[in-house]
Design a protein around this ligand. Structure first.
Ligand SMILES: CC(C)(COP(=O)(O)OP(=O)(O)OC[C@H]1O[C@@H](n2cnc3c(N)ncnc32)[C@H](O)[C@@H]1OP(=O)(O)O)[C@@H](O)C(=O)NCCC(=O)NCCS
Length: 256
């Protein structure tokens, strides 16, 4: 399919039909246990014009939208979205990304990653700091999962690879299950991906990666050493390695 130049911009109005289209895409493309309620994201969009660096909970949250340049006001033209935040003194955190079915495999996902990295660099600049890396999580299907889930995982890991992401091999990041209202459902194991920014990939040795993983538990999930999810994620002898993201698709898939 031929698509005109894709533009990416930040949503500032939760009631805008383009923002609402992003909400529908979000709910259609992510499993319930992978996502927070959309209205939490709407709330951060609504407060965006009032947020200033270093205020509130300290996170600068952004919802970025993508569409062909001649369809930026057409909800059926929404090509994709990305949502995430700068976490001060830690990193950029990419929470969710989704591309409409009709716009897939055209580079929209890659474009959204790229623009998100730029946004995070700007946010870090506002605080007078550098952006060491951007991090995100993704749920790898269980070995016996249906082929459709493995196809999606393959698409994700290829996209992450194309976007310069690296996989934190050797860590299952245990996170709360958002599908249950009180988060008491079975915890979900996630794979972690890192895009080195001001820090080079070579600087992410095992010690640094353990600190990166611990930081994610601390900053996002408020888990400290001694809590169940933290200790399951970083057991004694855990030896993480940063490898190309495409390798994340391989080993478990082979035993499917
Ligand atoms: C994963 C997703 C965001 C990819 O978006 P996209 O716009 O199609 O990605 P791009 O066009 O930028 O493709 C990037 C790379 O991934 C590959 N890729 C994308 N979709 C693929 C698929 N279905 N199968 C195999 N490879 C795929 C592309 O070929 C490309 O690599 P290449 O050009 O080097 O071959 C999209 O499929 C999606 O929204 N899925 C549902 C939501 C989701 O899973 N979000 C991620 C949550 S972590």
């Amino acid at each position: 399919m031929q698509v005109n130049k894709v533009v990416v911009w930040e949503a500032f109005d939760a009631a805008d039909p383009m923002t609402q289209a992003a909400g529908q895409l979000y709910e259609q493309t992510l499993a319930p246990e992978e996502r927070i309620p959309w209205y939490w994201i709407e709330k951060s969009v609504a407060s965006r014009t009032k947020s200033k660096p270093g205020k509130a909970d300290g996170w600068t949250k952004h919802l970025l939208l993508a569409a062909p340049e001649d369809r930026a006001d057409d909800p059926t033209g929404l090509a994709g979205y990305v949502y995430g935040a700068l976490i001060p003194n830690y990193a950029g955190y990419l929470c969710y990304i989704g591309v409409a079915n009709w716009a897939r495999r055209l580079g929209v996902g890659t474009r959204l990653f790229d623009q998100f990295y730029r946004q995070m660099s700007v946010d870090a600049g506002e605080l007078g700091s550098q952006l060491p890396f951007v991090i995100w999580e993704s749920h790898r299907p269980a070995p016996g999962a249906p082929a459709a889930e493995w196809d999606l995982w393959a698409a994700r890991t290829k996209l992450f690879d194309r976007a310069g992401g690296m996989w934190v091999e050797g860590v299952d990041f245990w996170s709360p299950n958002f599908a249950s209202d009180d988060e008491t459902g079975d915890p979900v194991p996630l794979q972690l991906f890192v895009k080195p920014m001001a820090e080079s990939a070579g600087e992410f040795d095992a010690d640094r990666l353990r600190a990166v993983v611990a930081g994610l538990h601390r900053e996002v999930y408020h888990n400290e050493p001694g809590s169940d999810l933290y200790d399951r994620t970083l057991p004694a002898g855990c030896n993480p390695r940063l490898v190309p993201a495409k390798l994340a698709g391989l080993p478990v898939k082979a035993t499917k």
